[in-house]
Design a protein around this ligand. Structure first.
Ligand SMILES: C[C@H](O)[C@H](O)[C@H]1CNC2=NC(N)=NC(=O)C2=N1
Length: 174
């Protein structure tokens, strides 16, 4: 299980949002950067994507140009998602009870991808699904990525994730 420290709210908590004025690189043009302190040195066991940086380094998420103002706030609520090494996307690893459940999840997400014309980079191994959201044009994290990540969270809840026993005990859940 991935330590809670690696999750987005922690990554986004300390620092303020800085508006970048670095027009030199096309990919970074007018991007909004969030400075974030990485608090843990351990690597996520649940993610097939490399962390942004090793422990103690500053990491920043790069938003696509022209995003609504509420995007950083929406992002901060995606507590189970982590920033990818490219800093232009977010990733989450899902563990379902069965392959069947994992496939149902992917099928529902695939239907939404068709409707929204936005597609993930993802992988599946038996009951495990890794999902990464980023936007290629304009490059960076966009509102579409946020919406699709929220859709993934809702769909995973509907389908039902595998029970995490230790977590349930610690949090006093059933
Ligand atoms: C024309 C079409 O909407 C675009 O090519 C879409 C398709 N799906 C996409 N998916 C993702 N994740 N990022 C994109 O920039 C993107 N572009």
């Amino acid at each position: 299980m991935t330590p809670a420290l690696r999750r987005l709210p922690q990554l986004l908590s300390a620092p303020a949002i800085a508006r970048s004025a670095t027009p030199s690189r096309a990919t970074a043009q007018s991007a909004i950067l969030i400075r974030a302190q990485r608090l843990s040195t351990s690597r996520p066991t649940e993610s097939s994507f490399r962390p942004t940086s090793e422990g103690g380094e500053i990491s920043e998420i790069i938003f696509a140009v022209g995003q609504p103002k509420h995007v950083p706030n929406r992002l901060s609520k995606l507590s189970a998602w982590s920033i990818t090494s490219s800093r232009t996307g977010i990733t989450r690893h899902f563990t379902f009870p069965t392959f069947n459940a994992a496939w149902r999840f992917m099928s529902k997400v695939a239907d939404e991808c068709k409707a929204k014309r936005h597609h993930p980079s993802w992988s599946n191994l038996y009951n495990e699904v890794s999902v990464e959201w980023t936007t290629h044009k304009p490059l960076g994290l966009s509102i579409k990525d946020i919406e699709m990540a929220e859709f993934c969270d809702r769909t995973a809840d509907e389908v039902g994730l595998k029970e995490q026993k230790a977590q349930a005990v610690n949090q006093g859940d059933k």
